[in-house]
Design a protein around this ligand. Structure first.
Ligand code: ATP
Ligand code: MG
Length: 198
């Protein structure tokens, strides 16, 4: 009986705290979300959030800064969606192409498109998948990207993925999730599974 009461009291207190937090968060605007870390779940989280936006009738675009497999499950699923534009840039993984000049050209082309989308308020969600690698390998200068992000339409959400994020990008982000690798099936000898890895 007493235990039940304390539980009830604790839950009531918790609800008060949560309600107060909800009441104090009133701003409506686009957010910049960074998904980083060496665990699995960055790109899939960004694309899952984009699916949420599509569910609400919001228009989105994805730019894949690194081209992996050609026909991933997400690409096959989303490519014909009327509210989603899918752009694959680049020629392959950097460590596979081993052609720096070609990689830089691809990065610049991807950025030219990204910059255009960051001025287009019809897009309510932009996913820049693996963009963080462009800064790590110095394929793109960071300052113009920061400036374009800061000047984007007020209603526009942006999600950027990549294992390591530059500090200055983190400084302007609203939400940062660091996905930690605790275990991955690959290390137990399981090869990349269709529908899980791609
Ligand atoms: P996902 O697309 O599944 O959300 P991710 O975007 O977090 O993964 P990336 O760093 O982009 O991960 O790596 C892409 C691929 O590598 C995916 O197929 C993913 O399953 C796999 N992967 C991610 N993290 C690990 C890890 N720690 N060990 C082995 N493979 C991994
Ligand atoms: Mg990824």
């Amino acid at each position: 009986m007493t235990e039940k009461k304390t539980h009830q009291q604790r839950m009531a207190r918790k609800k008060e705290v949560i309600d107060a937090r909800i009441a104090s968060a009133k701003e409506e605007r686009g957010v910049l979300i960074l998904l980083k870390g060496n665990g699995k779940g960055k790109s899939s989280s960004a694309l899952g959030t984009m699916a949420r936006c599509a569910g609400h009738g919001k228009k989105s675009a994805v730019i894949q800064f690194i081209k992996g497999r050609r026909e991933t499950g997400e690409y096959l699923f989303f490519r014909d969606h009327p509210l989603i534009d899918w752009h694959v840039m680049g020629h392959g993984f950097t460590w596979e192409t081993q052609d720096k000049t070609q990689d830089i050209t691809a990065a610049q082309q991807a950025w030219a498109l990204a910059e255009k989308l960051l001025q287009d308020d019809r897009y309510e969600m932009l996913v820049f998948d693996e963009m963080a690698y462009m800064f790590k390998y110095k394929y793109l200068p960071l300052e113009p990207v920061i400036e374009a992000l800061q000047n984007r339409p007020r209603n526009q959400h942006v999600m950027i993925t990549g294992r390591v994020m530059p500090e200055r990008l983190e400084a302007i982000a609203d939400t940062i999730s660091n996905i930690k690798d605790e275990r991955h099936a690959f290390r137990q000898g399981v090869t990349a599974q269709a529908g899980i890895e791609f």
